[in-house]
Write a protein that binds this ligand. Structure first.
Ligand code: PLP
Ligand code: COI
Length: 355
């Protein structure tokens, strides 16, 4: 299904764009175009259209405002060392979007429609990729039906927008303070924790507010069963490195199956580093830190890539992890190299977009 292309007749002027690209704060600068595709239960998917980025005209009774039937993805395009435009494992984003869609009772987005929409936007907005950064792509889908009954909408809109991105954290890859949340939780078994739907993020903001008050950049959520099992951050997965070099991360179930997480696991397994996906409790972490067993803690995700955690703060105390460690730095360099084609990654991870 080819994308119908109508280029923006009034794009941002080159000089202004160059200025905006100097140091874009994550998610605050947007490109000239967007892609939209409409789905109806009766007619299926209409042809996706790329056009100037513009507001949606939506009635106040639209189901998405009331029941939050929506989902999203996050991925990045890079200008490679060879000059080519590259995406990182876009098939994984397409597949995860469809798993989210199933959970949110929304239509499946054909992988071809997803890929062609994303690639058309990258082509149209390729001048928005910062020299030292990437173009963050945000595919999303929302219910678009004027109806206040609670049922899956009969009309949805799939859309892709793009935002030039540099470092997600002001501190770059270094030394994050993370708030361990013990009051609210993010996901429960059978809930929507594995889906990338906005409700999970809305529910995390109360804790995020507390985190900011405590001088922390992010929140680490624990399991909803009260046992204190470590899950993930509001927008990233987490890894622990022991002094003996072994690496572990919370097992899947109620967390977002991060593509960066899966890629790190694959890279570590390929080089023979002992790595496991386990159930790990906050009490165990406290004991391991006290015993000097934890060498590194780092978080990962598309937006953040990899960032080291230096401190975990919680009601009643703090765990000092220390300076950013070598494994996080090495993995960040490897992944960044694969993103731009400077490092050869596993087959199919770095996908070139024709211009
Ligand atoms: N966990 C949550 C809650 C996220 O929002 C993200 C970011 O997308 C991740 C983990 C990391 O996923 P990925 O590596 O696919 O970006
Ligand atoms: C991403 O990494 O793509 C996310 O959606 C997480 C969010 C912190 C921006």
């Amino acid at each position: 299904m080819a994308v119908k292309v109508t280029l923006n007749p009034e794009p941002v002027a080159e000089a202004e764009r160059e200025k905006l690209l100097e140091a874009p704060v994550f998610g605050t600068v947007f490109t000239d175009h967007m892609v939209t595709a409409v789905w109806t239960r009766a007619g299926g998917w209409e042809q996706p259209e790329l056009g100037p980025r513009r507001p949606f005209a939506i009635q106040p009774e639209n189901a998405v405002f009331h029941y939050g039937q929506q989902l999203f993805e996050g991925m990045k395009a890079y200008r490679g060392v060879d000059g080519a435009l590259r995406l990182f494992r876009p098939d994984q984003n397409a597949a995860r979007m469809n798993r989210s869609a199933l959970r949110m009772a929304m239509p499946q987005v054909p992988e071809e429609l997803f890929r062609e929409s994303v690639e058309a936007l990258v082509r149209a907005d390729k001048n928005w990729i910062p020299g030292q950064g990437s173009l963050y792509l945000r595919p999303f889908m929302f219910a678009d039906e004027s109806f206040l009954g609670v049922r899956p909408a009969d009309r949805c809109i799939f859309c892709v927008i793009a935002a030039p991105a540099g470092d997600y954290f002001k501190s770059g890859a270094a030394g994050l303070s993370v708030w361990v949340e013990q009051e609210t939780t993010r996901a429960a078994p059978g809930g929507t924790g594995e889906a990338k739907c906005g409700g999970n993020y809305a529910g995390s903001l109360h804790a995020q507010t507390r985190a900011y008050e405590e001088g922390c950049a992010q929140v680490l959520f624990l399991s909803a069963d009260g046992s204190g099992q470590i899950e993930e951050l509001g927008g990233m997965n987490i890894f622990f490195v022991k002094k003996d070099g072994s690496v572990f991360t919370p097992a899947l179930g109620t967390i977002l199956p991060g593509i960066t997480r899966a890629s790190i696991l694959a890279l570590l397994r390929a080089e023979g580093t002992p790595v496991s996906e386990i159930s790990y409790h906050f009490d165990e972490l406290k004991a391991d830190v006290a015993a000097g067993e934890i060498a590194e803690v780092f978080v990962c995700g598309t937006a953040a890539i990899i960032a080291s955690v230096s401190r975990l703060k919680f009601d009643g105390g703090a765990l000092e992890i220390g300076e950013p460690g070598p494994l996080a730095a090495r993995l960040r360099a490897t992944l960044s190299g694969i993103y731009t084609g400077a490092v050869e990654g596993p087959q199919g991870w770095s996908v070139t977009v024709s211009e």
